[in-house]
Design a protein around this ligand. Structure first.
Ligand code: UDP
Ligand code: MG
Length: 329
């Protein structure tokens, strides 16, 4: 068993994957620990899979799993965690935005007894708008969520074996890792590093995808939006009552004259809006329940280093399509 596993989700990273691999080796070799690198190809269409296959053919410490299509980074991370066998597992991106040179420092902190070591990036070199939006989002999330999520503390982290095992016991199919990491608890320490630009290729996170990710985060960790709907309803009832009393008092004091057209329309439109929004919130939760209740697997595996079509000289490894490590849940 290796001491360290490095889990790397890759989606269309053919431009950087080889550089990444050599930088990672350069960071891991001097530590003198035994390690493995678990690459997960998330259905790339640009030859990333072939590169991974080549890497793992040339080096027993590099292993890979390849998905049948793009299942998203969360699923890729899950697959990587299931593959990993090390006592400490480092999760990182393939685009060199998570500098491999920081790994020894993470290991050092892990040796001091921390179960989660988080490398937290700052926001140097990022657009002003994006920075402002993310900061607003995290303020909102902190207010609404039951678990703590920190700005810049992403997926670049080291987890101890027991933290990984805890993560793997969470079965939900809608995975919001930032929340899950915080949900499992354990002693966590973080240090910050300067944000790095992507080495090559393109970020897969457009504005829309980020927005949806944000909504996911808000909804997947609590039922506070539902609570908020109840509160709004109660306040509305109270104000309607107060208004009714005011009208009655007015009639008693000044005689009967209650022209109400404008008030009526305003109230109807306002209430209608609130009802539709509330229905939307409920619908979103129902949709999630439906989704979870199907119990679909998180991903479908095309091949792994164990199962990949063997070279002509080596037919002995023609075994099951899924590698032995995939059965673990
Ligand atoms: N990634 C993935 N599946 C996806 C999108 C991204 O496995 O559907 C991987 C990607 O290859 C990279 C990491 O997740 O290793 C982070 O992606 P990216 O750099 O696009 O995100 P950003 O750094 O802009 O947040
Ligand atoms: Mg990136």
């Amino acid at each position: 068993m290796p001491q360290i596993s490095v889990v790397v989700p890759c989606f269309n990273e053919s431009e950087v994957i080889e550089t990444f691999h050599s930088e990672l080796l350069a960071a891991l070799d001097p530590t003198g620990e035994s390690f493995e690198i678990c690459y997960v190809d998330d259905g790339s269409g640009d030859g990333t899979r072939d590169l991974l296959k080549k890497l793992s053919d040339g080096d027993l410490r590099a292993r890979y799993t390849s998905f049948s299509r793009n299942f998203g980074k969360e699923s890729a991370m899950l697959a990587g965690l299931r593959m990993s066998r090390g006592d400490a597992v480092v999760l990182m991106d393939a685009d060199l935005q998570h500098p491999p040179a920081l790994i020894p420092r993470m290991l050092e902190l892990h040796r001091h007894g921390y179960d989660q070591v988080v490398a937290q990036r700052d926001r140097t070199g990022e657009g002003m708008v994006r920075t402002a939006l993310s900061q607003a989002y995290y303020r909102l999330v902190r207010r609404f969520m039951d678990v703590e999520v920190v700005d810049g503390a992403g997926d670049f982290r080291l987890l101890s074996r027991r933290a990984v095992d805890a993560l793997l016991t969470l079965p939900e199919s809608n995975r919001f890792s930032k929340g899950l990491f915080s949900w499992i608890g354990f002693d966590t320490v973080s240090f910050s590093y300067e944000n790095v630009r992507r080495a090559a290729g393109q970020s897969k996170w457009g504005g829309r995808r980020l927005l949806n990710y944000g909504i996911d985060g808000l909804l997947s960790f609590n039922s506070r939006p539902l609570r908020l709907a109840i509160h709004t309803g109660l306040w509305l009832v109270l104000s309607a009552l107060a208004y009714a009393f005011w009208i009655i008092a007015n009639v008693l004091a000044n005689g009967v004259d209650t022209p109400g057209y404008a008030t009526l329309i305003t109230a109807m439109v306002g209430l209608g809006g609130i009802q539709i929004a509330t229905l939307g919130v409920i619908g979103e939760y129902v949709g999630r329940i439906y989704h979870e209740s199907k119990h679909r697997p998180h991903y479908v595996i095309r091949e792994t280093d164990q199962s990949a079509a063997p070279a002509a000289s080596d037919l002995s490894v023609l075994s099951a399509v899924t590698g032995p490590h995939e059965g673990r849940r």
